[in-house]
Design a binder for this molecule. Structure first.
Ligand code: ADP
Length: 226
């Protein structure tokens, strides 16, 4: 099973991705993770990518496209993969589609977690971390998991913010790439939607409303995966 997953920062894409990966026993190929591994190991690719990542920009296609296409040729991807963070623009979408065609394979499923830009931003900026347990979810903008005053709603512990979560300019920059339907990730999603429309519903498009809680979204996802 070859699957693409899309969702803006703040949509819970990471959590849903892990569920899909476990269901099919396929590797979760995440472009951001591959870049970070290369940066940590100080490889040539890592050095080049870091310049762009530090500025919050996309790494050029000339680096990203071959990196991902090569990764998909590795042994563990033989029975399928879940691709996350790629494609992020129409050129990457087309390159992926054409490279797969050459290999005689195609994308089977495209998952899109749909979430309004304003809500996605609030999800990130409203996140509060419990000092006792990082798994105690608290968010000042989500009624269901609002903290109890300024304390953790589960255990009453102190709450902290993650500095990254409060960097509004960085969040806006990433979202501007994601929601750009001409040159950004939305355009990549539309590429596969158009392909599906022309190709009898292949790949299957699964659009999920990202507004409910993680559990509800994953239940919907699993029911649609069948
Ligand atoms: P985010 O920080 O937005 O959650 P990731 O962890 O997926 O994103 O990726 C971190 C960074 O790596 C991105 O901000 C971008 O600079 C780079 N990157 C990841 N995927 C791609 C891609 N498909 N094309 C270009 N650059 C990418």
């Amino acid at each position: 099973m070859n699957i693409l997953i899309f969702g803006p920062n703040g949509s819970g894409k990471g959590t849903q991705g892990a569920i899909v990966k476990d269901k099919y026993g396929i590797p979760h190929v995440e472009s951001g993770v591959i870049f970070r591994e290369n940066i940590a190991k100080d490889t040539e690719l890592g050095k080049k990518a870091k310049e762009y990542i530090d500025k919050g920009e996309l790494v050029p296609d000339s680096i990203t496209i071959p990196m991902i296409l090569n990764r998909l040729k590795e042994d563990d991807c033989k029975n399928g993969w879940l691709l996350d963070g790629f494609p992020r623009n129409p050129a990457q979408a087309k390159a992926l589609d054409e490279a797969l065609k050459k290999e005689g394979i195609s994308v089977d499923i495209v998952i899109e977690i749909v979430l309004d830009r304003e809500i996605a931003k609030k999800r990130i900026m409203g996140r509060r971390l419990c000092v006792n347990d990082n798994n105690h979810p608290n968010n000042i903008y989500i009624d269901a998991i609002k903290p109890n005053g300024d304390k953790c709603r589960v255990c009453g512990g102190e709450l902290k913010v993650r500095p990254d979560d409060q960097d509004e300019a960085a969040i806006d920059k990433r979202h501007s790439i994601y929601y750009d339907a001409k040159q950004g990730t939305m355009a990549a999603i539309n590429y596969f939607k158009e392909l599906s429309a022309k190709n009898n519903g292949i790949p299957k498009i699964i659009e999920l409303d990202g507004r409910p809680g993680v559990k509800e979204v994953s239940e919907k996802l699993l029911s649609q995966l069948g």
